[in-house]
Write a protein that binds this ligand. Structure first.
Ligand SMILES: Cc1cc2nc3c(=O)[nH]c(=O)nc-3n(C[C@H](O)[C@H](O)[C@H](O)COP(=O)(O)O)c2cc1C
Length: 185
């Protein structure tokens, strides 16, 4: 069975991202076609990229890089839960992606975003980023509005159709994660 990480892409104190990721996780663990795990960037405490060699060389010199690499390598697919900051993803998530290369290769990814326009611009940027580490991004995505899927912009209360959107996204992530298995062998 493939393993899917649900990555919390905000490290901000008081972040909405944790509740969003837990909502995705609670939906995901009801499935029996994959294993799911929450991965919190905060737990890895990554500095701004401080490796001398490019990630594609795979020569990681710092314990924090090796710990992050081991965690990401252990999954077949990812759900990136991203806020929208200035029409893009968070610096913390982009930095965490930049740290690694081979660990991302030939894996699948889906996106759950949130923001005043559902965070869709952050996901468009992430889709561009995914090309270089060779991550296959699925079409279905979840875009949570700070106006209609949160109370007071801070308490997650997703509208009913968002659960259907999350299910469609997870269906594609699992299917593509499985389909890419031969490339990872
Ligand atoms: C630095 C910063 C920039 C932001 N820029 C945008 C933006 O461009 N578009 C948008 O819809 N929301 C924007 N927001 C609002 C965030 O999407 C919203 O606060 C969200 O809850 C942030 O995610 P987090 O709470 O998980 O950190 C911004 C918030 C911050 C902190």
């Amino acid at each position: 069975m493939i393993k899917v990480a649900i990555i919390i892409g905000s490290t901000r104190p008081g972040r909405n991202g944790e509740a969003v990721a837990r909502w995705v996780y609670d939906l995901a663990v009801k499935r029996d076609d994959a294993e799911f795990e929450l991965v919190d960037l905060k737990d890895f405490d990554l500095p701004h990229l401080d490796e001398v060699m490019p990630a594609a060389m795979g020569r990681y010199s710092h314990p924090h890089t090796r710990a992050w690499a081991a965690k990401i390598a252990s999954f077949d697919a990812y759900v990136f839960v991203t806020p929208e900051y200035n029409h893009s993803t968070s610096g913390a998530l982009k930095n965490a992606i930049d740290f690694l290369y081979a660990e991302w290769n030939n894996k699948a990814a889906g996106f759950v975003s949130y923001g005043s326009n559902g965070g869709t611009r952050a996901v468009e940027h992430l889709r561009l980023v995914m090309g270089e580490p060779q991550v296959a991004d699925v079409r279905a995505q979840v875009a949570l509005s700070l106006f209609t899927d949160f109370e007071n912009f801070s308490v997650l209360n997703p509208s009913a159709q968002q659960e259907d959107a999350a299910t469609a996204m997870l269906d594609q992530v699992v299917a593509w994660g499985q389909a890419l298995c031969p490339l990872r062998k």
